[in-house]
Design a protein around this ligand. Structure first.
Ligand SMILES: Cc1ncc(COP(=O)(O)O)c(C=O)c1O
Length: 358
């Protein structure tokens, strides 16, 4: 079995330490002192699938019970154990998307990619998904809201994709890490609530400002969660006790509402600055609908996302994400979730660089 190098993580590892980061996909970290960080008990016996009360609380979001939720180390592990559990011969993956959503099933089997329509605001075409489904398709994979585009797939289209998957006896795995940025009426119901073939993954890494917590989950049919849990026994066994303690507090309804309101305010303020930047330089993009990722075309005079991003690191000390990490070499991703002052500083440096090269 072979896994391709994770382009974005390798790029970050090379540049993030010494430069101004405008490539993260979540909001600035929350101040940890707002939480009680000490678990009541580290526990001699640790519930391997995670605290049942917390699982039940998370399950309510999907109309599922505690046994239909597995707590994981971030959405990355949630996706990993789900792929390991469910992947058979073949998966259909809607792209562009976060690399692990196609690289992992490609390591386990065969993948047919179905491209979003860049010329139509990255629209999802359920009929193209249906055409790609084969008799041996085990999984259809979606990321909604989508990374890198920040676009939201509409409810009727997601429902149609679910129906096509279910008709073929395949699960729909929808990674929903960017859902919490949007209000409940701005996104379709999560996949895990659509029926017996729906599986959702999520985490506190993006809209909650808790990426360092490494806390996520899988929600879905009991047989899927059980099969994923079997894999998790070999990866990280149980969720970290401290992370679980913080997650409990972050997901407590009043605290959650406060955290998400702060994040949405920050995202809206920063989105406006990015819109002004894009307009100022006449750049092309499909404006994101939610989250803090902007997927922008490489400015004229530069050749490809990677070469543009290398120039930006060298000359401006700013890290952007090359479109090549999403197999979209004509674009770059700009993350605008950090403190506004930090974003302003980064955009000023980009202004200077683009003016120099105009
Ligand atoms: C779509 C998607 N899924 C999963 C992840 C990883 O999330 P986590 O940090 O919770 O492991 C990311 C991170 O960027 C992502 O964009």
């Amino acid at each position: 079995m072979q896994i391709e190098p994770f382009a974005l993580e390798r790029w970050f590892a090379a540049h993030e330490a010494d430069n101004l980061m405008l490539a993260e996909s979540g909001v600035r970290p929350l101040d940890p002192t707002r939480f009680d960080l000490v678990p009541e008990d580290f526990g001699y016996v640790i519930p391997t699938d995670g605290d049942p009360g917390l699982r039940a609380h998370i399950g309510e979001r999907y109309d599922r019970d505690a046994d239909e939720v597995l707590l994981t180390c971030g959405a990355q592990e949630a996706n990993f154990v789900t792929f390991a559990a469910l992947m058979g011969e073949h998966a259909v993956v809607v792209t562009p998307t976060y690399q692990s959503l196609h690289a992992l099933p490609e390591a386990f089997g065969a993948v047919t990619r179905v491209e979003l329509d860049a010329g139509a605001d990255w629209r999802l075409d359920p009929e193209a998904v249906a055409e790609a489904i084969r008799p041996d398709t085990a999984l259809v994979v979606l990321n909604n809201p989508n990374n890198p585009t920040g676009r939201v797939h509409r409810p009727d289209r997601v429902r149609a994709v679910y129906e096509h998957a279910a008709d073929a006896g395949a699960y729909l795995l929808c990674d929903g890490v960017y859902r919490p940025f949007a209000g409940a009426d701005e996104v379709p119901p999560p996949a895990a609530s659509l029926g017996p073939y729906g599986v959702s993954t999520c985490s506190l890494s993006k809209a909650y400002g808790l990426a360092g917590l490494r806390f996520g989950w899988v929600a879905g049919p009991r047989e899927v969660v059980e099969a994923a849990a079997q894999w998790k026994d070999y990866t990280t066994i149980s969720p970290p006790a401290v992370s679980q303690r913080v997650a409990e507090q972050a997901l407590e309804p009043e605290t959650e509402a406060e955290i998400l309101a702060e994040s949405r305010d920050l995202a809206a303020r920063n989105h406006e600055l990015v819109r002004e930047f894009v307009d100022r330089h006449g750049l092309a993009w499909t404006e994101p609908e939610t989250g803090v990722n902007a997927f922008i075309e490489v400015p004229d005079g530069f050749f490809g996302g990677r070469s543009f991003c290398e120039r930006v690191v060298e000359e401006a000390g700013v890290v952007l994400a090359p479109g090549e990490a999403f197999d979209q070499p004509d674009r770059f991703r700009l993350g605008f979730g950090d403190e506004t002052a930090h974003l302003e500083e980064g955009l000023e440096r980009l202004d200077e660089l683009l003016e120099r090269h105009a």
